[in-house]
Design a binder for this molecule. Structure first.
Ligand SMILES: [Cu+2]
Length: 172
């Protein structure tokens, strides 16, 4: 299972629990409170909050750090400059994961890859002093276009370059 899908499932479960909490609160609204009942609910709420805090703490410890290697067979270092892309490797293969490590040397840029049919396939921010990683597997060979998605100065629109993605078995 892909890591993002695990996080997505955890997020949905959490959202579901919060929604159930709201439904419970709504069904209980308007009921007169008794002192003993209020004290019991308060104690229970403290116990629940402690348990939730502990669960989140344990979950947080179990999540792998962002700087961990993504185990891609192809790695591409990308640096955005005003107004060019410095791409370490422009010839890639279909069907094998590519790790893009994206940063910038000057200002924020938007790193986006467009398929030959003009459809955007993946994107991230290119930020000075920080490296964003994308793991992407090309499923169609062809000439892909890298474009900047964030206005970064007067020649922003010219900030494009190309990636050649070869079919499996072809010479990259
Ligand atoms: Cu730009």
């Amino acid at each position: 299972m892909i890591f993002q899908n695990v996080i997505w499932a955890i997020t949905l479960t959490g959202m579901g629990l919060v929604a159930l909490g709201f439904v419970y609160a709504i069904t209980q609204a308007g009921r007169p409170a008794e002192a003993a009942e209020a004290a019991r609910v308060n104690r229970r709420s403290i116990t629940l909050r402690r348990g939730l805090f502990l669960a989140l703490l344990l979950l947080g410890i179990g999540i792998p750090p962002q700087h961990a290697p993504l185990q891609a067979t192809q790695v591409v270092d990308v640096i955005g400059h005003q107004w060019t892309w410095d791409v370490s490797q422009t010839h890639l293969k279909v069907g094998e994961p590519v790790e893009f490590r994206v940063t910038a040397s000057d200002v924020n840029h938007g790193f986006a890859i467009y398929a030959p049919d003009g459809r955007i396939v993946t994107q991230t921010q290119a930020m000075p002093g920080f490296t964003n990683k994308i793991l992407y597997t090309f499923d169609t060979p062809g000439t892909y276009r890298i474009m900047c998605l964030e206005y970064c100065g007067v020649a922003h629109t010219g900030m494009t370059t190309e990636l050649e993605v070869a079919a499996a078995g072809d010479k990259p």
